[in-house]
Design a protein around this ligand. Structure first.
Ligand SMILES: [Zn+2]
Length: 180
């Protein structure tokens, strides 16, 4: 458990019945905590609303902001807007419960806080498109023409010098620098 993520734990045991709102920020440091995160950079606001009842907690998430995506065509990096809501039902039970589904999270009566870091991580990462293209973002973005011609030139060169380029990861690093 990475220390930075401790701030995403919401204590609920002392809360009265009814609605309670919480706000969180998600930034690059959040994604740094997850080695395999598809998203490396982002800036999002998270509103969490608890509806506490005797035997359960209804948790509504409202997430809005941007994540950094890389175009699969021109390698351009851009901020992609993201806005969505999620709902989670948390039930408290004493006995063993093996009916744990996606929507219902079961906690024991002795649990006193809800760790939302892993949930947020999942909610955001499942929304990363499998294929990203500038012009398909709906934010008036087009592929970087200069970069496109560079890529097509270098892929022609690749055909003659594939070996060298494959074993030299510095090429990839250089591409990133040009991109910035
Ligand atoms: Zn592009």
């Amino acid at each position: 458990m990475v220390k930075y993520l401790k701030q995403y734990r919401i204590p609920f045991s002392g809360l009265t019945a009814g609605k309670h709102d919480f706000e969180f920020e998600i930034d690059d440091k959040f994604f740094d905590c997850y080695e395999h995160s598809l998203v490396k950079n982002g800036d999002l606001k998270v509103l969490v609303q608890f509806q506490k009842q005797e035997t359960m907690l209804i948790v509504n998430f409202s997430i809005e902001g941007t994540i950094k995506l890389t175009c699969d065509v021109c390698l351009n990096e851009f901020d992609s807007p993201l806005q969505f809501t999620e709902r989670l039902i948390v039930k408290f039970v004493n006995e063993e419960w093996d009916n744990d589904t996606e929507e219902v999270l079961v906690l024991s009566k002795t649990d006193y806080e809800l760790d939302i870091a892993g949930l947020l991580y999942e909610y955001i990462n499942v929304r990363v498109p499998y294929y990203t293209k500038c012009s398909e973002q709906g934010i008036n973005l087009t592929c970087d023409a200069e970069m496109l011609s560079k890529i097509s030139n270098s892929s022609q060169e690749n055909e003659s010098s594939t070996e060298e380029e494959k074993i030299d990861p510095r090429w990839a690093a250089l591409k990133n620098i040009k991109n910035n």
